[in-house]
Design a protein around this ligand. Structure first.
Ligand SMILES: [Zn+2]
Length: 244
């Protein structure tokens, strides 16, 4: 029983510092060439480094504006992390397929998991379709051969639901306290629960590295709890390669 680490990569340049903040915003809406000099995905690299040092593996979900660089891919391989889609334009099944296939083309292999950008409260940029409608994504995802969907509800007591070859985790323990009832679900709750069953812990790398208290809690959690990468059923895996 362990931690399922979920990282949503929202901002390619984080949000600290004017130039990086602006670059994050602009690249979310328009094509911008990757700027290593603005420390592309630097916060994600820090988080992957900590996970790798502790032998923990994560699911990492990428948007079009935050596709992994060669350096990030190396860290991902070293830590046996899983790549997934951070779904942005969920307006229709066609849009969903387009985003999934674009990521798979970029990576050169199929992915098994996805998560959704935003919880329906706000629109985050030009391509973002704000409504959060998990029940619509499930049939699309099954049709596309995906195996895991990580949802955005904020009650970490909700366990996974399985159906049609897809496992749906409706909720997560949000590491950043602004999306968590910290009275009901303090860090100690996570330490206790993840020792008993698999619990999804969601984080955004730049929110963690920019806050010393959250970073301290993140380090403590990954030192103390094992992580798990969920197995894909054998027949499902065979089906996937056939499609590929
Ligand atoms: Zn997001």
């Amino acid at each position: 029983m362990a931690l399922i680490v979920r990282i949503d990569v929202d901002r390619p340049y984080g949000k600290q510092g004017w130039a990086r903040h602006v670059a994050s915003r602009v690249s979310s809406d328009y094509y911008l060439p990757r700027m290593e000099w603005l420390r592309y995905l630097s916060e994600l690299k820090t988080i992957l480094g900590i996970l790798n040092a502790n032998g923990r593996s994560a699911y990492v979900f990428f948007r079009k504006c935050s596709y992994p660089s060669a350096e990030v891919r190396e860290l991902m391989a070293a830590g046996k992390h899983q790549f997934g889609l951070h779904l942005e334009n969920s307006r229709s099944e066609e849009m969903f397929r387009e985003e999934l296939e674009a990521l798979e083309r970029e990576l050169g292999f199929r992915v098994t998991a996805f998560s959704k950008h935003g919880s329906g409260r706000r629109r985050w940029g030009r391509y973002h379709f704000a409504p959060y409608e998990p029940e619509r994504y499930l049939p699309w995802a099954r049709q596309a051969g995906l195996k895991f969907f990580f949802g955005n509800q904020e009650d970490p007591r909700l366990g996974p639901v399985e159906g049609g070859g897809l496992v749906y985790f409706p909720s997560a323990f949000w590491l950043e306290p602004q999306w968590r009832d910290t009275t009901k679900f303090p860090i100690n709750w996570l330490l206790r629960e993840a020792a008993e069953r698999d619990v999804v812990m969601l984080l955004h790398a730049d929110n963690v590295t920019s806050n010393p208290e959250i970073l301290r809690e993140f380090r403590m959690v990954v030192e103390r709890l094992e992580s798990v990468i969920l197995p894909v059923a054998a027949e499902a895996a065979a089906g996937m390669t056939a499609v590929g």
